[in-house]
Design a protein around this ligand. Structure first.
Ligand code: ADP
Length: 339
């Protein structure tokens, strides 16, 4: 069902990503793996999960799941084990082999490369969601680079929502990075156009036999900025009995809370730059777009630090630069900032 809030896993529930799915398939057939970028709630997890359900041999690790334990090799392997458990009936003995490896590693410490060798023997695809979060630990990028060079049956999909941070972590433009030039296909997911957004809503309502006036669909399509996660939430609230206006308000309120928390997490880690980041975000939320206007609004005298802060906000996918103009990536972010 299109308005199901969980990431989609079945091809028939994945709307409007046929071309992206084909490209992902082609990367995995012809290259060593793929990188799937895109802002939060744009449908990366859904795309990859649908691909995996079709292909059936993915070991899936969401790096956010390691946060409470610390992002260590040990925790990564634990999470990988969890990911393969569900596959165990399809890939017999994999879990057992990985457990043995983990046990061995406790004694020896060879670790990740041996685990990847086991995946290679079974021609598996390792999916690393929010891969940029691994960047603090060099072991990961070195072992992945080694695996891509040496394990001919293993493929890797890196996925992440902090687009610039992931790009830097994978060192796509940096020859000194271990993962540079490894033959990974790049796939960037875009927001839905207004036409696609309304088509998504129409199809979602049609699927459950609900008649919804065209003006409501048009308004929701316009307001939710082409971000499929918010469109899904709106559709889901309508299915649960809310009228158009209320569903739209509730979607925006929920979006505001989620985005405010994401911003808080970002700012809490950067207490020194907090004032500058907040001012920049506020200026952009108020509609200023040019570098000099934002700088003037913030009365910022330090060009270098100011530009660095703008770039960091781009890297973390809060804002984007389109032809020399700075914009919010998600229109619903405005309320979270101006509140
Ligand atoms: P991301 O991984 O980019 O944060 P998700 O895959 O978790 O995004 O999707 C966010 C929400 O949008 C989920 O509710 C998911 O079901 C829905 N969704 C994402 N892409 C699609 C799609 N192509 N068709 C239908 N629903 C989608």
């Amino acid at each position: 069902m299109l308005f199901d809030l969980r990431p989609k896993e079945r091809k028939e529930d994945l709307f409007g990503r046929e071309e992206e799915l084909r490209r992902l398939e082609s990367f995995l057939d012809n290259m060593l793996g793929a990188i799937v970028y895109g802002i939060r709630r744009i449908g990366k997890t859904s795309l990859v999960k649908v691909y995996c359900s079709e292909y059936g041999r993915c070991a899936y690790v969401d790096v956010r799941g390691l946060y409470d334990r610390g992002i260590t090799v040990n925790a990564f392997i634990e999470e990988l084990l969890k990911g393969v458990r569900s596959l165990n009936d399809r890939i017999p003995s994999l879990e057992v082999d990985l457990r043995v490896l983990r046990f061995k590693r406790e004694k020896k410490s060879k670790a990740l490369s041996e685990v990847l060798e086991e995946l290679d023997k079974r021609s598996m695809i390792l999916v690393i969601d929010e891969a940029q979060l691994l960047r603090g630990n060099k072991v990961f990028s070195n072992v992945f680079a080694w695996a891509l060079d040496n394990l001919s049956n293993l493929k890797i999909i890196f996925s992440g929502s902090e687009v610039g941070v992931l790009e830097k972590y994978l060192g796509l433009r940096d020859p000194s990075s271990p993962l540079y030039g490894r033959g990974l296909g790049e796939l960037k997911l875009s927001k839905f156009s207004l036409e696609l957004s309304t088509e998504f809503l129409r199809k979602g309502f049609e699927e459950v036999g609900m008649e919804v006036p065209e003006e409501e669909i048009e308004e929701a399509g316009k307001e939710l900025g082409g971000i499929v996660g918010w469109l899904t939430l709106y559709g889901n609230l309508r299915l649960n009995g809310l009228a158009h206006e209320e569903a739209l308000i509730r979607t925006k309120e929920r979006a505001k809370k989620i985005i405010a928390l994401e911003l808080k997490n970002f700012l809490d880690l950067r207490p020194m730059g907090r004032k500058r980041y907040c001012c920049i975000l506020r200026a952009i939320a108020l509609g200023l777009r040019a570098w000099k206007d934002i700088k003037k609004y913030c009365n910022d005298q330090n060009d270098k630090n100011f530009t660095n802060a703008l770039n960091k906000l781009i890297d973390y996918s809060f804002i984007e630069k389109v032809e020399h103009e700075y914009l919010m990536v998600d229109p619903l972010m405005r309320d979270a900032i101006l509140d």
